[in-house]
Design a protein around this ligand. Structure first.
Ligand code: G6Q
Length: 544
């Protein structure tokens, strides 16, 4: 057994769980009508209601005791102050410095001047593109921005530009190419005119096979469709930490936007990786996004743990994952604009905390994360909610919604929110046998027909949800929401004693394909792998 699962705070929660597990959420609400007031928190326009989680005041106290035991406050301070808490890569994790207004020191040097310098460079560039001062090779203004990047160099900008569509600058459209599958590149570029297309190659390392391959193909497309070598400098820019590789690729370092190794890929949308956001929505809105995240940073760093949204969200996850054994977590935005938010959080959470070795090099004997997934409501209701309501496993869920729609159309938003409230209520209360029986009798059913149908219409309820409501999905609120989840992930990593800032599993993927790639060109039979992999390679070669 690990030190964590042996620890007093853990054991106290375990004992408490054995009592709580006999209680139905419905009963908890019946016993205490003030649950909403007790178990909801506010930060600016964001309300987080966790009263539909199986918690009492004692649960909260015990979770906070666990946070204290794991020295959460000291870890938070270490992260903000630039300690090299990404120990396996000997790096700081300073994404918060990207939105800071105060000096932040890394290796004794204030990083803020560099951060501000690149933000200014982005601002100048965005203004020059939007105003038409900087144009394509034929003198036409830019109308399309293509971001070529993958993982952390893709998901954040995709999610944010989609979420902030109502803020798009007139006449500029973003496109994203991430997959090495030629389908995405072909499908994106075939609609575009090289004369009016700006291409951003976004890669922290500038060595990622998918991105570099797509970048080379985009270059060929540009040259084959009217562009010239001389015009490349006007149409291609890079975002990277690797100046040498950018230069080798043929991009003028003047057209490079820099960031730093203390920015993790999945935490990088606040850096120059956010260039597509700035170009599409305008630098003012990018600054507002940063301001929203900065507000949440301050809240995370200074609010008492009990009133701290990221802390409580993280601890509720611990309660579900480690004590209730909930292995699946759904993110359900009742806002179509957030349709890529679940995919973004999937990377943030699963890449950060999907680890089995602790900071001390031990194998964790406890779960370190759930499978994160989701789709916007109400689409999900007509697809997978069946399992949430009546399946054999419990899935925890975050429901998110704005009070004001960005797209007010007739009665749509009222109906959307009615679904949000109805679903969280139904997941919590369920429907008992007696209720179903009364319903069926009212419909005129009786005898064996009623008895046969009855069990199928029972809903156990007691399904845990957290509701996050906010006034409107403006850039500032979105920034705060993203930072809320970034810090939630950090809180959980501290409890689990793991490093959330490395990603050796991703690195493995980057190495593995390289070896097989050369084998795909060999004519002789491949025998260097297991029988399955050899067989699959042979089949592919025979049928390509
Ligand atoms: C993120 C991961 C990973 C990374 C991509 C792209 O935290 O490290 O998703 O962002 O593999 O890497 P590059 O930006 O270096 O191309």
């Amino acid at each position: 057994m690990s030190a964590l699962t042996h620890s007093p705070a853990w054991l106290a929660l375990k004992a408490h769980h054995s009592v709580m597990t006999t209680q139905h959420l419905h009963q908890l609400f019946h016993d205490d009508p003030s649950r909403f007031e007790k178990f909801s928190l506010c930060f600016k326009d964001i309300l987080m209601d966790f009263s539909k989680q199986p918690v009492t005041a004692e649960t909260v106290d015990l979770l906070l005791a666990l946070a204290q035991q794991q020295q959460l406050q000291s870890w938070i301070a270490r992260m903000f102050s630039g300690d090299k808490i990404n120990a396996t890569e000997q790096r700081a994790a300073l994404h918060t410095a990207l939105r800071s207004e105060q000096p932040v020191y890394c290796d004794g040097v204030d990083v803020l001047p560099d951060v501000k310098r690149v933000l200014k460079q982005m601002e100048r560039f965005a203004i020059s593109i939007q105003s038409g001062a900087r144009r394509g090779y034929s003198g036409k203004i830019f109308t399309d921005v293509v971001n070529i990047g993958i993982g952390g160099s893709d998901l954040g900008p995709v999610m944010v530009t989609e979420a902030l569509k109502p803020y798009w600058v007139n006449g500029i459209k973003p496109h994203f190419i991430s997959n090495i599958d030629g389908a995405q590149l072909t499908d994106t570029l075939r609609h575009l005119n090289p004369e009016t297309t700006l291409i951003i190659i976004a890669s922290k390392t500038f060595t990622t096979q998918e991105t570099l391959t797509n970048a080379h193909s985009a270059r060929q497309w540009f040259l084959a469709n009217g562009g010239s070598e001389a015009a490349i400098a006007q149409h291609f820019v890079a975002v990277s930490t690797n100046r040498t590789a950018v230069t080798q690729f043929g991009i003028d370092p003047d057209n490079m936007f820099e960031f730093w190794d203390w920015v993790g890929g999945r935490y990088s949308l606040w850096s120059a990786i956010g260039l597509p956001i700035a170009l599409t929505t305008g630098m003012d809105h990018f600054y507002a996004l940063l301001a929203g995240a900065r507000g949440m940073d301050r809240h995370f760093a200074t609010a008492p743990l009990q009133q701290n949204l990221p802390v409580m969200l993280g601890l509720l996850g611990i309660w579900q994952i480690n004590f209730y054994g909930t292995a699946s977590h759904a993110v359900l935005p009742y806002d179509q604009s957030l349709h890529r938010f679940p995919a973004y959080l999937q990377q943030l959470e699963m890449e950060s905390n999907g680890k089995r070795i602790t900071r001390d090099g031990e194998t964790a004997d406890y779960a370190t994360g759930a499978v994160v997934w989701g789709e916007p409501g109400t689409n999900g209701q007509h697809a997978f909610y069946q399992l949430l309501h009546q399946g054999t496993q419990t899935v925890s869920a975050d429901f998110l919604a704005p009070c004001q729609s960005q797209y007010p159309v007739d009665d749509h938003h009222r109906m959307l929110l009615a679904n949000f409230f109805a679903q969280t209520e139904a997941l919590m209360t369920g429907k008992t046998g007696e209720e179903v029986r009364a319903e069926l009798q009212k419909q005129g059913l009786s005898g064996p027909a009623l008895e046969q149908l009855l069990p199928h219409k029972i809903f156990p309820g007691n399904r845990p949800t957290t509701s996050i409501l906010f006034k409107k999905l403006d850039p500032e609120t979105l920034g705060a929401l993203i930072a809320l989840y970034e810090h939630k992930v950090f809180v959980q990593s501290v409890i689990w004693n793991i490093n959330p800032f490395d990603q050796w599993g991703v690195e493995l993927g980057k190495q593995l394909a390289g070896k097989i790639l050369s084998e795909l060109d060999q004519t002789e039979t491949i025998t260097s792998h297991d029988a399955s992999t050899n067989g699959l390679i042979q089949y592919f070669k025979a049928h390509r």
